[in-house]
Design a protein around this ligand. Structure first.
Ligand SMILES: NC(=O)c1ccc[n+]([C@@H]2O[C@H](COP(=O)([O-])OP(=O)(O)OC[C@H]3O[C@@H](n4cnc5c(N)ncnc54)[C@H](O)[C@@H]3O)[C@@H](O)[C@H]2O)c1
Length: 257
């Protein structure tokens, strides 16, 4: 079977909802055993309970370095290794210009998005065998800056660069590290308080004329995690419905009006 994950132990962050939940479900479907984690305990447990025997759930705040270290030690004891690490946790601020952003909010976004990703990679690497895979979540906000995203965009740019750095450091043992950069995706984050522009412009901004569904990003994460793609590392896969390729026909028509 192509993209088979049978026998793989996957550690996924952010599995209570949205894209991370989709990764957990898809990986289980492809044969992996998934260790799901999220700061939201109740929702995360519900997701795991719907797939008995195929996954487990642990509440984890990825900003807590010692908690990440400790869970990785427990995973080593129980499962011996992590074959696939996927970082899907993320947070965003309302759309606020840089001069009005509160530093505590900027730090929170950096903490969850960048340091959270750094923590899991740092503590998972020692228990990841050769030829294993890491997939991080950056954002189109790294490549194409958007007004109001002065905390979120840079936190994602840092993830893209960390991805490349880890890819270089681990290349000698065939361990691959890639990230994805989704455009607007139909998950709870898109409807977060104060994040309104993306929803309003969807029809015009995206050449495909719609948001991405989380399963469409999950499919790419699956491919990046599977042994079918052993020659792909250090890449940032942009999943944007054609946004970076040119001007969307609907957007052009709107401009012309
Ligand atoms: N939805 C979009 O339009 C979009 C676009 C580009 C990138 N992304 C990125 O995709 C990833 C998945 O996001 P999503 O759209 O599914 O959003 P989401 O808000 O639905 O899910 C994010 C998950 O991360 C968890 N989380 C937040 N803080 C955490 C912490 N400190 N520790 C552990 N878990 C924590 C949340 O509880 C939630 O379950 C994120 O990295 C996000 O930045 C989303």
């Amino acid at each position: 079977m192509y993209f088979d994950l049978t026998g793989k132990v996957a550690f996924v962050v952010g599995t209570a909802q949205g894209m991370g939940e989709g990764v957990l479900r898809r990986f289980v479907g492809a044969g992996a055993y998934v260790i799901g984690t999220d700061i939201k305990a109740e929702l995360g447990q519900e997701v795991a309970d719907s797939l008995p025997g195929k996954c487990e759930f642990h509440q984890l705040d990825v900003t807590d370095e010692m908690a990440v270290k400790s869970i990785m030690e427990n995973v080593k004891e129980k499962h011996g290794r992590i074959d696939i690490l996927v970082n899907c946790a993320g947070t965003i601020t309302p759309e606020i210009p840089v001069e009005d952003l509160e530093m505590k909010d900027v730090r929170k976004v950096m903490d969850v998005n960048y340091f959270g990703t750094f923590h899991t990679i740092k503590y998972a690497l020692p228990i990841m065998p050769d030829k294993s895979a890491i997939v991080n979540t950056s954002s189109l906000g790294d490549i194409a800056a958007m007004p109001g995203y002065g905390a979120y965009g840079p936190s994602k740019a840092a993830i893209t660069n960390l991805t490349k750095t880890v890819a270089m450091e681990q290349a000698h043992r065939g361990l691959r590290c890639n990230c994805i950069s989704p455009g607007s995706m139909n998950t709870p984050m898109l409807y977060a308080e104060g994040v309104e522009t993306e929803v309003k412009v969807a029809k015009y901004a995206w050449p495909l004329g719609r948001f991405m569904e989380p399963e469409e990003a999950v499919a790419i994460i699956h491919a990046l995690s599977a042994d079918d793609c052993l020659y792909l590392t250090g890449q940032n896969i942009i999943i944007d419905g054609g946004y970076m390729a040119g001007t969307s026909p609907a957007g052009l028509a709107k401009w012309a009006e």
